[in-house]
Ligand binder design. Structure first.
Ligand SMILES: [Zn+2]
Length: 167
């Protein structure tokens, strides 16, 4: 893929800094949001509206070749799948609190996913036993440890036993 080749296929090309800007072919662009730069003989494309690099290439109609962007993209999912970024599970939480998972489950705690990471879901009930909010614990000591379910208002604790464990 060569810079001239790419530029010849784009509309609204203008010089900008060391590179160019143009109308992004991958979305309905009226205000040039695609930046085109050349680095070490490679053409770099970036859409400020957030189009995927591969979609832009497809829309431009040029053959895909390896670039820095495509390589770093491949590495990403791998990193997320391993190590510390996997979050918290009920099993780990139970061990840390010296409680059995069965016991925690009997109080409504369960494994779930929050933002693609493992998390433990804590249901919050009112005095009548109605579910009023959900809180997710994401880690034992990382930050943030807890998040509320989107849209739920933080509920005052004190209605029942989980309070002792959540400290
Ligand atoms: Zn775009």
């Amino acid at each position: 893929m060569d810079l001239k080749d790419v530029l010849s296929k784009l509309r609204g090309v203008k010089r900008q800094g060391d590179g160019y800007i143009a109308l992004c072919p991958a979305h309905d662009d009226h205000n040039p949001s695609l930046s085109i730069n050349e680095k070490d003989g490679k053409v770099l494309l970036h859409c400020f509206a957030g189009c995927e690099y591969t979609d832009i290439l497809k829309a431009v109609g040029v053959e895909r070749k390896r670039t820095k962007q495509s390589r770093s993209k491949k590495e990403k999912p791998k990193k997320q799948a391993e190590g510390k970024e996997t979050g918290l599970t009920l099993k780990v939480y139970a061990e840390a609190k010296a409680l059995s998972t069965d016991h925690l489950e009997s109080h409504g705690l369960e494994d779930c996913k929050h933002a693609k990471r493992n998390a433990v879901r804590f249901p919050y009930f009112d005095v009548d036993g109605n579910l009023v909010a959900t809180r997710y614990r994401l880690s034992m000591d990382g930050q943030p440890r807890f998040v509320w379910k989107t849209g739920d208002k933080p509920v005052l604790y004190g209605l029942w036993k989980i309070k002792e464990w959540i400290k």
